[in-house]
Design a binder for this molecule. Sequence first.
Ligand SMILES: NC(=O)c1ccc[n+]([C@@H]2O[C@H](COP(=O)([O-])OP(=O)(O)OC[C@H]3O[C@@H](n4cnc5c(N)ncnc54)[C@H](O)[C@@H]3O)[C@@H](O)[C@H]2O)c1
Length: 291
Amino acid sequence: MFCSWALKFLPAAPAAMVVLVDLLLMLLDLSYSILCAVLQTLLPPRLKSVEGELCLITGAGGALGRLFALEFAKEGAQLVLWDCDTAANEHTARLARDLGVKVHAYTVDLSKREHIYEAADRVRAEVGDVTMVVNNAGVVAGRRLLDCPDELLERTLLVNCHALFWDYCASKFGAVGFHESLALELQAENQGGIKTTLVCPYIVNNGMFAGCEIRKELRSLIPPLEPLYTVQESMKAILGEQQMVCIPRLIYIPFLARVLLPWEANLATYRFMGGDKCMLPFINRTETKVT
Ligand SMILES: NC(=O)c1ccc[n+]([C@@H]2O[C@H](COP(=O)([O-])OP(=O)(O)OC[C@H]3O[C@@H](n4cnc5c(N)ncnc54)[C@H](O)[C@@H]3O)[C@@H](O)[C@H]2O)c1
């Protein structure tokens, strides 16, 4: 919020000065976000109106999806309901229409990308542009990881994760979740002999992220990792039966901050570090290569 001011008002200032001012402004942003978060927990939140919004709810035939649909209907939102279970979805649609709002129900299998694209095109043509999305649809395999058939695992990931969007960051979030569930499952079954280690390295200097760079004044503080160092540190953690390792240790800070600090405070530090723009040179490079 405040960070970009430094560059606007100090165009000719030395880089170190700009970083210092940006650092102070980031700390101001961070303190402000924490203060707002504390106040928000004490004061009742101001709720926005969704009247007239076009709200798409996935898994609308299910328990929570139906309740979401009815709550949004009570608030006056027009609804687009998606579910692969046509009968259950239609039932939700009838209940919501009884509350006096327009409802459009579509049978969509979210595990199939082409179904999602087709349904999205139909909604755009028949109803209009959706303004809110509740990504609620989900399935649960309910089996131990090792007993779960491949098709069920695939379906779970396709519906619960891939249907939302496809990118590297989401896949890594999925990998962290997979590690946690596997580690807990092994623990619950007293499989003490099987150890797991989650390795979370910063950018490694092997070309995978060539071009991806944080703010230039801070690059020497966290330079890309050497591949051999990364593997050696990982090995230490694996052989030491460590549950998790961040390389370098500085990476523990954003890991902890993500869960401890308010969203805006994380955003302020992320921007200060240049995290919001770090992938741009990488993306440009990749696009140039492809075209
Ligand atoms: N119920 C819980 O205790 C609980 C707890 C935490 C999170 N959740 C999550 O909340 C969400 C809703 O759960 P629920 O309890 O209402 O479950 P539910 O089983 O009652 O509803 C899920 C709905 O998703 C639909 N669905 C499943 N696969 C689909 C596909 N491929 N394409 C389209 N629709 C599909 C189902 O037909 C069903 O109507 C899920 O994402 C679930 O993981 C549920």
